[in-house]
Design a protein around this ligand. Sequence first.
Ligand SMILES: [Zn+2]
Length: 149
Amino acid sequence: MPWDTEPPRPEPVIASPPLREAFLRGAKGLCPACGQGKLFQGYLRLVDECSHCHTELGRIRADDAPPYFTILIVGHVLVPFVFMAERAWHPPMWVHMAIWPALFGGLSALLLRPIKGMTVAWMMRLGLTGTEQGEQTAVMPPRRTPRDV
Ligand SMILES: [Zn+2]
């Protein structure tokens, strides 16, 4: 008889949330699957697995998508104000260089984490949970809704 050192891991029984709910949970830094466990350890590093539902969050690789979406949003929000300020007041270049990089950097730092959480939630919903070697892993709990019961 083999010696088992770890007890069997319980199967997740949490239904997959709607996309909007998963987005909100991810933006708050919570597990998109259950909304109870933490999604991040530190600023942007994902936890290996959810402490509540044991969803393997650490295997989801968002890569460059969160910075891409952050730059896209921050650029569209702030660049019109750069042009409006230049057209209205014609400030010297040192004023532009003192204000805009700080605003771009600060807003990007504020938005990057919630955007990464939403990206991870979106990837979970789309089933984009494979490894770099192309191996698919079962990350998301089975999709069951009250209608399925
Ligand atoms: Zn969870």
